[in-house]
Design a protein around this ligand. Structure first.
Ligand code: DAH
Length: 369
């Protein structure tokens, strides 16, 4: 700030002249009127009322005037500042009100609109497959049987003719539940439900047994430690391998449409003879076999894909359930449900089946049912 200057003519101090002060006020009022948002109004406030605004600078000049001129100049500047501040407050109220109204319009909720309702989920594809498979067999007069997931070791292995040292009993494969002396395991397959069904029911028995099964596996694209199988069992008079083939073909056609199946000899302790059921490759239909220019990743150019196991029920299993093996015979089969879903609905990664993302379930909508 300049010091008092006796030779200073107050009328010549330009910023303090009446018309100049009026211009400053007019400029401030115009800037406030032009500001339509709180942020532009804030800029105008700093420009016209801040420390470096023309009016603040003019105010500083008052001290440089001779004492007799200060009062007049002080009143002029004070009045001008009062006018500007009042206009600023009024404009701020207007702008804030306008902004509030705009926000209320933008955020308005029309409570009269119909409720879109909760987002729809979907039956899990595995559950859908279980329902679908059950329907196929119920349609042929079979029953659906269930058994516990925590199973007696005797039913999971011994009654199914697994010898005591069989590798499948190893801890590396089987989840044994403590205390070990209780001889309880998480069932490694649905085959123990065969024995339970034979013990529980009158003959003849025609059952499918879908359910969860457990093995000590890591989770990856083709393995899940908790998976699902469906077991089929028929025990009646005069049952032959031909009945098994016909049933498997019907099951395969119901799952995959018009598709060929084949069986290959294999070994399972609870069936004799035993076989592996293969499906004709859906991708190459066998065309890739022996054609090095046309390899098929789905079937490794074999032309067939393994689906499950099957066979004629071993008379020892029937005998363990107290059945007269001279009169009755039967067949059994067991398939992985995840594997069936993969083939049927092109689900490439088994992890999708356990992660519970509803987008996976809805992407298979209509296919699994
Ligand atoms: N239990 C067998 C498994 O987990 C599958 C199986 C094979 C079931 C042959 C059967 C059968 O009923 O007859 O690998």
């Amino acid at each position: 700030m300049s010091g008092p200057n006796k030779s200073y003519d107050p009328v010549e101090v330009a910023p303090l002249k009446g018309e100049h002060v009026d211009e400053m006020v007019a400029a401030a009022l115009a800037a406030f009127a032009a500001a339509t948002t709180t942020s532009t109004l804030n800029e105008a406030r700093i420009a016209h009322t801040g420390d470096r605004s023309p009016l603040a600078l003019a105010n500083r000049e008052i001290g440089a005037l001779p004492p007799q001129a200060r009062k007049d100049a002080g009143q002029r500047i004070g009045k001008a500042r009062g006018q500007v501040n009042k206009a600023l407050a009024a404009r701020r109220a207007e702008v804030e009100q306008a902004e509030l109204e705009a926000r209320l319009v933008a955020e308005r909720v029309d409570v009269s609109l119909p409720d879109p309702g909760p987002m729809r989920g979907e039956v899990h594809p595995i559950t859908g497959m279980i329902d679908l498979i059950s329907d196929v067999f119920v349609g042929m007069g079979w029953e659906v049987a269930e058994g516990p997931e925590l199973e007696a070791e005797w039913l999971n292995f011994d009654a199914l003719n697994f010898p005591p040292g069989h590798p499948a009993r190893e801890l590396a494969d089987t989840l044994v539940v403590e205390p070990v002396e209780a001889n309880l395991v998480m069932r490694t397959h649905t085959s123990p439900v065969q024995v339970r069904s034979l013990l529980d029911r009158e003959l003849p028995v025609y059952v499918v047994c879908p359910g969860k099964t457990y093995r000590a596996d890591e989770l990856d694209a083709t393995h899940v430690p908790v998976f699902h199988q469906v077991e089929g069992l028929c025990v009646d008079k005069g049952i032959t391998f031909a009945d098994l083939r016909g049933t498997l073909d019907h099951f395969a056609n119901a799952m995959f449409g018009d598709i060929r199946t084949r069986i290959r000899p294999n070994y399972f302790p609870f069936t004799e003879p035993s076989a592996e059921v293969d499906l004709e490759c859906f991708v190459c239909h066998g065309d890739s076999v022996g054609d090095p220019h046309n390899p098929c990743r789905t079937c490794s150019s074999e032309g067939w894909i393994e689906w499950g196991g099957c066979g004629v029920v071993n008379p020892r299993v029937l005998a363990a359930a107290g059945i007269d093996t001279e009169v009755y015979s039967g067949f059994a089969f067991g398939m992985g449900i995840e594997r069936t879903l993969m083939f049927r609905n092109n689900a490439a990664d088994m992890r999708d089946m356990v992660e519970g993302d509803v987008r996976f379930s809805t992407s298979l909508h209509g296919l699994a049912r």
